[in-house]
Design a binder for this molecule. Structure first.
Ligand SMILES: C[S@@+](CC[C@H](N)C(=O)[O-])C[C@H]1O[C@@H](n2cnc3c(N)ncnc32)[C@H](O)[C@@H]1O
Length: 336
């Protein structure tokens, strides 16, 4: 799936930006970035202009991360065809906007958010396109913690970049609430920082204990083998629009969004795969080396020497985040 915002969504954003002071948006965007960097949440968004600044500088990146995650989910669970979606902490509707492309079967979309300005923007973005499910989506302005217990469920529940805004002592309860509303699959995505990964890992192990089965990224339901200071995360590159560069005051035409995630299912939906690539493989003249999370629940440094032509050739095509087959494995693997 294309990590770039769909053209109709970009066009709507461009329309919303018409006539706005770039200086003012830049100031708001910087305040938002500083708040998120220092562990603050979306409560800093207190006006429609703030919401627009968020959409300009963060929506393309979180959309790209959600698109990458949903690609991995579809690949690992090709039989998944959800009819309904609950987007918890939906913000401007990022996860919903990406999910309807990933899953054309989605007909019923429910968004929850407590921020009135992001909620208003979500309505504008969802209703501007011609996707029937998005145009008919319900956007409820509610607190997820208090409202989830009284709501119906959905086939697919998504919480994208939300857990970091839930108080640490309430995170376990939040995970339980999301899981209780999940009919088929729950997808949780966080920034690809050590703290973001820790939240994902904590919710993952809690829900596995409650019966969840992992679809992705892990090729197993065993305890996460990663040991601090290492952390499991992935990256999605995306192009920056001219507006984005202007408002951010940067020249680089792209950025790399790092994210951590887990997709959990109520039933065994995962198509078995041998391993997930955990960092960019190193392709040298004599060998390819890749760090893998393996099906047996262990981390392995997989090495294929050039003289093992098939194994070397297969590994040269591996990318960070890929689900891979290792049957052409080199003889030199080390595990931990
Ligand atoms: C960083 S934004 C992420 C938005 C969107 N999901 C995305 O991926 O771009 C976090 C969102 O979660 C919402 N949020 C945080 N805590 C919430 C809660 N307890 N109930 C409802 N929404 C909440 C915020 O209002 C904000 O819109």
């Amino acid at each position: 799936m294309d990590p770039a915002l769909p053209p109709d969504l970009s066009a709507t954003l461009d329309r919303l930006l018409e006539g706005r002071s770039r200086k003012d948006l830049a100031r708001r965007a910087e305040a938002l970035s500083n708040a998120y960097r220092s562990g603050g949440g979306s409560d800093i968004i207190t006006s429609d202009e703030d919401a627009l600044a968020y959409a300009l500088v963060r929506l393309p990146a979180t959309y790209a991360a959600v698109a990458a995650v949903l690609d991995a989910v579809r690949q690992a669970a090709p039989g998944l065809e959800p009819a309904s979606l609950m987007d918890v902490g939906a913000g401007p509707g990022t996860a919903s906007l990406a999910a309807v492309t990933a899953f054309p079967t989605l007909a019923d979309v429910d968004l929850l958010d407590r921020n009135p300005h992001l909620q208003k923007l979500a309505k504008t973005l969802l209703h501007a396109g011609d996707h029937a499910a998005l145009r008919a989506a319900r956007c409820d302005r509610v607190d997820a913690i208090t409202s989830l217990p009284g709501r119906g469920g959905a086939d697919l529940v998504m919480a994208s970049y939300v857990a970091g805004e839930i108080q640490t002592e309430r995170l376990a309860g939040f995970a339980d609430l999301l899981w209780a509303r999940t009919a088929q699959v729950l997808v949780m995505i966080e920034p690809g920082t050590p703290a973001g990964y820790q939240r994902i890992a904590a919710m993952r192990s809690r829900l596995i204990a409650a019966g969840a089965r992992v679809i992705a990224p892990c090729p197993h339901d065993k305890p996460c083998p990663i040991v601090a200071p290492d952390w499991c995360h992935f990256v999605q590159r995306l192009a920056r629009s001219r507006e984005h560069r202007l408002v951010k005051g940067v020249e680089l035409s792209y950025e790399d969004e790092k994210f951590a995630y887990v997709a959990l299912a109520r039933s065994e939906l995962r198509r078995e795969f041998d391993a997930r690539v955990l960092s960019p493989p190193h392709v040298g003249k004599v060998e390819v080396t890749a760090k893998l999370c393996r099906h047996d629940g262990r981390i392995a440094i997989d090495t294929a020497a050039r003289r093992h032509r098939d194994a070397y050739k297969a590994r040269k095509g591996w990318r960070w985040g890929d689900a891979v087959t290792t049957e052409t494995s080199g003889p030199d693997d080390t595990t931990s």
